[in-house]
Design a protein. Sequence first.
Lengths: 203, 203
Amino acid sequence: MPRAVPSLLEHALLALAHQEPRSGYALRRVFATTPMGHYSDSPGSIYPALDRLARRGWLSAAVHGAGSLRPRRVFSITPAGLDQLEKWLSARITADDVMWRMDDVMLRFAFVADVLGLAAALAFSCDLEGALAAHVRQLTRFYAAAARAMPVTGRLALASGVEMYEAQHRWAVRAVRELRAHERAARTADRAGRAGGARVPRR
Amino acid sequence: MPRAVPSLLEHALLALAHQEPRSGYALRRVFATTPMGHYSDSPGSIYPALDRLARRGWLSAAVHGAGSLRPRRVFSITPAGLDQLEKWLSARITADDVMWRMDDVMLRFAFVADVLGLAAALAFSCDLEGALAAHVRQLTRFYAAAARAMPVTGRLALASGVEMYEAQHRWAVRAVRELRAHERAARTADRAGRAGGARVPRR
DNA sequence: CGATACATGTAACCGGTTACATGATTTT
DNA sequence: AAAATCATGTAACCGGTTACATGTATCG
């Protein structure tokens, strides 16, 4: 019976395997060389996670060099895995998500256009922008009420939290704008392509 | 033998017990009602953590209602606990800290003035400001190199990371400024106090 | 040939999550 | 008296961390 809530690391692995089939080591390198490393590298977490995903039927491992002492496994996503990935990526963003699980939200954001397309990415961003705006309002109220009673650095630490969310919100507004522009560009290219004989490539 | 690296939750509990002796429930409530909840509330983590801290001799538990079926324990910090707390708070900030452990850094910041005083808080902020500036430069370089090859939302997600660090840095600059002002005010008050007969209270 | 990077794993440990259990006090 | 809230805990589960073990390919 598949676990109800896969870990962030498992989702990240699923999404990376969706981009292209990769070996365990190739996956590790992604975590080791990009800010994705926040979702934890180290063989001790990745190889067991890959095993779990394979056992659940979300990844399939093509074994290269089956006879040798060190067979290499290259992981690809399965239809069931893609289902799970899409389910994860298309879940609506809740107030709890932005309050407690921004790491998960941003990981989802990083892959949403890849898997679900530009329109879904745009919807995701709009949702996110709204949820962030609401959370900033709430946090600001909390700050106004609590700041007076707090010692200097405690207050500053709280202010930092508020400002991080404000920055994240400004970013979300820009993300919406950029994705809209992208969509417009894609539509224009599409129309030009159909009108003029598919001269502009879609990718 | 005490663990080498206490968890964030343990440090948070130590710091809160340092502010004033508190019961397990009172501590839980702090986590449940403030953004400190990010360091995890829930009895299943807090009570065992308090047990560990008491076993290590960093907290001492004053038992109220010893005979009853539900004795209450009020935790205070011990000299050994204060040692540990000071050691944690006075550790220099490294590049790794800002890259991988900003949650720990900000938790330390929130308590540093409380435990070590304003001067230490100011030094901490200056360090932090410098480390953040360096990290922003590094991240910006990475972004410039990687952005071109990335899909839209992946690039935007990365940009979000850069902007979060930039916002954190701007905050740090302001924190330094505010703490300097605070120190100046404290010194002035002190001088006025000594000159005019301790009329202005230090706290 | 030896060092280094590539590549894959295992196992012990630990702490956080979730869910459950229970008693005391206050409110309706 | 029932319900809600205050208050304290326990136990199973799970996954990430750390450290270790080992084999393969490449390069100077």
